[in-house]
Design a protein around this ligand. Structure first.
Ligand SMILES: Cc1ncc(COP(=O)(O)O)c(C=O)c1O
Length: 443
């Protein structure tokens, strides 16, 4: 089933119902008035909730989300209310009564998705910010180390480096795999296990590597580290930090059950939330290890302590770590509708769809003699990112040629660059066929 949404909007523009003259920039309210309600069981109906340009095949949405209609409506509603009466709207929804504080609804929605408690969710502006808050907050000591990999994204590496400049701790990197065929959960866990040393205080991993599409066995790694921790004193426990952004929203796992200690993910990628939003989750017993970096507006105790000229009482809580200062509240609060949107469709269904579409893509690429596929075929070793190379062309050349054919892919900005595709719930099997046809032409 499909909805001729553009036709409706065009008619509405002509009839003067929609204020913007450009298709796709209609106000969310006007758009809503022209659309049937979403049927979450129908992928074409789900796709109709997005303003993505229909003439292109969008295979880079993991990068920055196009927001579905309910999220755009929420942001517009908050924006309008702020424009009418900024003081009262902020006071009423941020400071007056706990039950009216909208950030609490966001942490509750995030906690439902994570399978944990709202009080263990801090709200950030990105994966990067959350990681920086962890590494700065842990305040490692000289002599301690962070054990990580050669596969991390720049901002993860940089968050560790910047924090260690201050703490004096060191960083050691290991390789978890070489070729696609090397990827094995047992081997990756064994490599981390063999690399851990007495002075390893943090193990820092990424759930799904954005330079290869490889998904790590986080739960098995966490289990192995928990065993190692049984031999360690409290202040020498290995803390497991995960950059989870490319699994969060496309893999069907409760983050709170993964076993890691700290988990940072933007909600502006696979969660489809407003730009500049993210969550930082930690196990309840680990928050106390974090010293907040940025003053929070969500922690009454911190504010009371300042007013009363005393030190804050009690261990750090997630709310203490949520960065404050006034911000784009319309975006932070619009994250509620993003979680609701994906929960309506269902985490498992989304994960299956992402696996199916990216599986179709990988199989098609594998069959092309001029293409080298870097992402494992197995669903347990991959998620929604597919990386490959084309013989005789640089990744940037491939991306430019695909763009000419209306296929939106990306070139990975890693030391070794590859061509990167990513199919999500806005895509269809027909989109994948088009992308494969365009790739076949490059042979
Ligand atoms: C693995 C990984 N971590 C972190 C980030 C940065 O995410 P954010 O923009 O939410 O900071 C990216 C960017 O896509 C990434 O690929």
């Amino acid at each position: 089933m499909s909805f001729p949404r553009r036709g409706f909007i065009k008619a509405a523009v002509t009839a003067g119902m929609v204020t913007s003259p450009l298709l796709g920039t209609a106000s969310p309210a006007a758009e809503r008035s022209t659309m049937p309600p979403m049927n979450p069981a129908d992928w074409a109906s789900v796709r109709s909730q997005f303003s993505l340009s229909p003439e292109q095949v969008h295979l880079s949405n993991f990068f920055l989300a196009s927001n579905p209609l309910p999220v755009r409506e929420a942001m517009a509603r908050h924006r309008e209310a702020f424009d009418r009466n900024p003081y009262t709207y902020l006071e009423d929804h941020m400071f007056a009564k706990p039950e009216d504080m909208l950030w609490r609804q966001v942490t509750s929605a995030a906690a439902r998705y994570i399978g944990g408690r709202p009080e263990d969710v801090a709200l950030t502006t990105s994966t990067t910010q959350g990681l920086a808050l962890i590494y700065n907050g842990l305040r490692l000591r000289p002599g301690q180390e962070i054990l990580t990999t050669e596969h991390e994204w720049y901002t993860h590496d940089e968050a560790m480096r910047l924090a260690n400049l201050k703490s004096g701790a060191s960083i050691r990197r290991i390789s978890l795999y070489g070729q696609r065929s090397d990827v094995s959960a047992e081997a990756m866990v064994a490599k981390v296990q063999a690399a851990v040393r007495a002075n390893t205080r943090v193990v820092a991993m990424t759930w799904v590597h954005s330079g290869s599409g490889v998904r790590l066995p986080i739960q098995a790694m966490a289990h192995m580290l928990a065993e190692a921790n049984k031999q360690r004193s409290e202040d020498q426990q290995i803390l497991f930090v995960v950059d989870g952004v490319h699994g969060f929203g496309c893999v069907d796992e409760d983050v709170a059950q993964l076993g890691c200690d700290f988990f940072s993910a933007g909600t502006h990628k696979w969660i489809l939330g407003p730009h500049g939003t993210g969550v930082l989750w930690a196990k309840p017993e680990r928050w106390k290890l974090i010293s907040p970096t940025i003053p929070s507006l969500m922690a009454p105790e911190l504010n009371n302590a300042w007013r009363q000229e005393r030190a804050p009482q009690g261990p750090t809580e997630a709310a203490w770590v949520s960065p404050g200062g006034f911000m784009a509240f319309e975006n932070q609060w619009g994250t509620l509708e993003a979680f609701e949107f994906i929960q309506r469709i269902g985490r498992q269904r989304i994960a299956e769809r992402v696996a199916e579409l990216n599986g179709q893509l990988k199989q098609g690429l594998l069959a092309m003699p001029h293409v080298t596929l870097h992402t494992p075929l197995e669903a347990q070793h991959s998620a929604g990112i597919v990386c490959c190379e084309v013989q005789g062309r640089t990744p940037r050349e491939v991306v430019a040629e695909l763009k000419q054919q209306n296929i939106i892919a990306s070139a990975t900005p890693y030391r070794h660059s590859t061509v990167r595709f990513s199919a999500g719930i806005v895509n269809s099997p027909a989109d994948i066929d088009k992308a494969l046809a365009a790739m076949a032409k490059l042979g």
